[in-house]
Design a binder for this molecule. Structure first.
Ligand SMILES: Cc1cc2nc3c(=O)[nH]c(=O)nc-3n(C[C@H](O)[C@H](O)[C@H](O)COP(=O)(O)OP(=O)(O)OC[C@H]3O[C@@H](n4cnc5c(N)ncnc54)[C@H](O)[C@@H]3O)c2cc1C
Length: 368
């Protein structure tokens, strides 16, 4: 896609400073907005591009090869945008479609930690408003998103959760601390609290008490496939950077032999490539399974994030070994990705939770 290629060019230009200064990738997201990528998954009916998961996942994969923080911001935007498109009012849907609205998910809480499907925060109805109290532990784009797709306990109904659209500047919604993580340093993830924050009742996304269904039906398949896209993009970039490095550095005392002429090194590069391609093939199959509503779609959704996250982490670990002492320096381009690639393993559902869910599915046990 032409627009994705152009935005990837901007991401490449800023990737190093986004990482070193832990700076939000403003220029990349601006380019994505201007080139119509923020409205990619919105329907044409409200002015969007009407594209689906396949297109969004490929945008994320392409960006991740250049700047994983940008890919993460776009993953969270599309995850929120899919929910708004399905459950938001027309004003919100049009805002996303026009590129004026950057979205994100505010699911994780300090109470239930990575068990995002079980919020402990509350929503109380007062007239035609709802009052939110929450201690959200991580929100990507916390200071840049226009509104958060927010989970709480149900207001009045039975069930595990309810979703809301909460504008970032709502009174009582506070963002704390800057992000100084080891990887994805530009993703602007921050804890956000809400104490007595009031939003109109009509900003509910889906039915009261049915948030879990939206999380599992709308968010999980798309989020998992897009996070996997980021992992695969990073792994692909690592294979290329490693091959370039191995082909370029020489041993003067061995008649200018390159690193790539060592069979051990070539075998490591081969294993990196195999692992990346295996993850990519599962990812492509997961996209097909979800888009066609195949019977095994949920199993693929559970598999794809774990497979890609573990593959990217292993590939980057090998890249660090192959590129030797020089890999510790930023110019080789693998140490940043080595740090970035670790995040997807611990992003919920984490790899270990996914292993448990997949094991349950294979053994015929209920997931929850
Ligand atoms: C860079 C970054 C950006 C993020 N952005 C967002 C965002 O935009 N929105 C959002 O809602 N969240 C976001 N998150 C939060 C993320 O999804 C997780 O909720 C968070 O990383 C969990 O961390 P924790 O320390 O609370 O995990 P814990 O729950 O304390 O887990 C610690 C360890 O225990 C393991 N574990 C926990 N439960 C089980 C189980 N049942 N079976 C097996 N192992 C288990 C986990 O796998 C993990 O290894 C982000 C996280 C990161 C790192």
């Amino acid at each position: 896609m032409k627009a994705a290629e152009a935005v990837a060019g901007v991401a490449r230009q800023h990737a190093i400073e986004v990482d070193s200064d832990a700076r939000f990738p403003e220029a990349t997201i601006r380019a994505a907005r201007e080139l119509g990528l923020l409205g990619l998954v919105s329907s044409e009916e409200v002015g969007g591009k009407g594209a689906g998961l396949d297109a969004a996942a490929h945008v994320v994969e392409r960006l991740a090869r250049e700047c994983a923080s940008s890919a993460m911001v776009m993953t969270m935007h599309y995850s929120g945008a899919f929910v708004i498109e399905e459950h938001g009012d027309e004003t919100a849907r049009r805002a996303v479609a026009s590129g004026q609205h950057l979205s994100t998910l505010a699911f994780s809480e300090s109470g239930s930690r990575s068990h995002f499907w079980a919020p402990t925060s509350s929503a109380k109805v007062e007239g035609d408003e709802v009052i939110l109290d929450a201690d959200k532990s991580w929100i990507t784009s916390a200071r840049h998103a226009d509104a958060y797709v927010w989970s709480s306990r149900p207001a009045n109904a039975e069930g595990m959760s309810t979703l809301w659209l909460v504008p970032r500047n709502t009174e009582g919604v506070e963002k704390s601390g800057g992000f100084n993580g080891i990887g994805l340093r530009g993703n602007d993830s921050a804890p956000v609290t809400a104490w007595g924050a009031r939003i109109p009742m009509n900003q509910r996304l889906g039915e009261d008490g049915r948030g879990f269904d939206v999380m599992m039906g709308t968010v999980l398949p798309r989020f998992s496939i897009m996070i996997a896209a980021g992992s695969i993009g990073m792994a692909e970039a690592a294979v290329q950077a490693t091959a370039e490095h191995a082909g370029g550095v020489k041993y003067a005392h061995l008649e200018q032999m390159t690193l790539a002429e060592l069979p051990t090194i070539r075998a490591y590069v081969a294993k990196m490539k195999i692992r990346t391609d295996e993850a990519r093939m599962l990812w492509e199959d997961a996209i097909r399974a979800v888009e066609s509503g195949r019977e095994d779609a949920m199993l693929r959704v559970l598999e794809v994030k774990a497979s890609a996250a573990e593959a990217a982490s292993a590939v980057l670990d090998t890249a660090m070994r192959v590129c030797g002492g020089q890999a510790f320096r930023k110019d080789v381009g693998v140490e940043r990705r080595f740090r970035d690639a670790r995040a997807s393993m611990v992003m919920a559902p984490t790899t270990d939770q996914l292993y448990d869910f997949i094991g349950k599915a294979v053994c015929g046990l209920p997931l929850f």
